[in-house]
Design a binder for this molecule. Structure first.
Ligand SMILES: Nc1ncnc2c1ncn2[C@@H]1O[C@H](COP(=O)(O)OP(=O)(O)OP(=O)(O)O)[C@@H](O)[C@H]1O
Ligand SMILES: [Mg+2]
Length: 351
């Protein structure tokens, strides 16, 4: 029995994106349909390559084709992605679809490690990713990727002289540490840093980015406030450890992002160093620093816990040695990256 492209679209209009609550055809996710006798191929463009619902949506498409057209059809689905943009970010920076700020109230909770790991995970999933290290106190992104001795080069793009980002695999990175004399920079005030960062955002040849991740300096002072006000940030990820002192500082960070007129959505909270699993007793899980604080914080700010990460000697050693791109500890970040990308896509669909 013959069928047409229209039949395919009609069948797939019965498949909803569970997060966006609309069907795939209305969302313009179904493209490149080719019908050849009994053979059908098409692409589904998800809102992010990190979509945790990829397999579920693919299966729903197969079921719909079989049900509405027939089980004689030989279907080949190419699951791909066209990352949706935050309108605010994209209006300010036409090459950048989303900016994710990674912040915390307290220092040393693992913000840079998590920013680097999320960037790497999203990049390996197929997204175009950049990281901007905005931490003047301790620019650690170059160390995490082992590029701390890199010299910045310039290149001319369409008549403009731009700084070349440093590559870590497919990730483009840039750090305030590449340029500033650190002893000088630490006395900078918010507006100066904000101005420098604006220049990094527009003066670096980032190319097309699905996600630009900004590693913010710790704290909720003048500097963080100016950055939150001046950069077109799509959403924030707050990192905390389980101790009450860390949660109290993370609460201040959430309150800052929530403040009017800043109003930056809190995409979620990552609880770092949540528990410890001994190597010689992998069935045991010790909650050394306490439990439950991140969840309470998420509820207070109507957000979510994106995930909890174990204390990992491997992560610590590999990041210290600049092996962030290849560390096996990245496996702990898959779900967090998926949940983060998913929340951004949901927010983008509502704007
Ligand atoms: N889950 C973890 N397990 C073990 N060590 C970790 C973990 N997360 C981070 N670390 C280690 O903790 C230290 C601090 O991490 P990191 O530099 O990422 O924190 P930060 O919040 O960015 O700090 P700062 O406030 O100074 O910017 C690093 O040595 C890092 O390797
Ligand atoms: Mg840091």
């Amino acid at each position: 029995m013959n069928f047409t492209e229209q039949d395919v679209l009609k069948a797939l209009s019965h498949v909803d994106d569970p997060d966006l609550h609309k069907d795939l055809v209305t969302l313009n996710m179904v493209r490149d349909i080719v019908v050849n006798g009994n053979a059908l191929s098409f692409s589904v463009y998800l809102t992010t390559p990190a979509c945790p619902l990829k397999d579920m949506i693919k299966n729903a498409c197969l079921t719909a084709i079989s049900h509405f057209i027939g089980d004689h059809v030989v279907v080949n689905i190419n699951m791909t992605a066209d990352v949706t943009a935050d309108k605010k970010t994209n209006a300010a920076l036409p090459n950048v679809r989303n900016i994710i700020a990674v912040g915390s109230g307290k220092g040393g909770v693992g913000k840079s490690t998590i920013a680097a790991a999320l960037a790497t995970t999203l990049s390996k999933m197929g997204a175009n990713v950049g990281i901007l290290d905005a931490d003047i106190y301790g620019p650690s992104i170059p160390i995490l990727f082992g590029v701390q001795n890199h010299q910045i080069e310039m290149e001319v793009v369409e008549g403009r002289e731009l700084m070349k980002p440093v590559m870590a695999g497919e990730i483009k990175l840039f750090s305030i540490g590449f340029l500033s004399n650190p002893n000088e920079a630490v006395v900078w005030r918010g507006p100066m840093i904000s101005k420098a960062l604006q220049q990094f955002i527009t003066g670096v040849n980032w190319g097309q980015l699905d996600y630009l991740i900004i590693d913010l300096p710790p704290g909720t002072g003048d500097i963080q406030l100016t950055l939150a006000q001046t950069l077109p940030i799509s959403g924030a990820v707050i990192v905390t450890t389980p101790q009450n002192v860390a949660i109290a500082d993370a609460r201040k960070a959430c309150a800052m992002f929530n403040m009017q007129p800043i109003n930056i959505p809190i995409l979620g909270i990552v609880e770092n160093m949540s528990y410890f699993i001994p190597e010689d007793a992998p069935d045991k899980k010790y909650f050394i620093f306490g439990k439950g604080g991140a969840q309470q914080l998420a509820e207070q700010f109507k957000s979510q816990v994106l995930g909890s990460l174990p204390i990992s000697v491997e992560l610590m050693n590999d990041s210290d040695q600049g092996k962030m791109y290849t560390t096996a500890a990245l496996e702990n970040f898959t779900e967090i990256a998926q949940q983060l990308a998913r929340q951004l896509a949901i927010n983008n669909s509502l704007n």
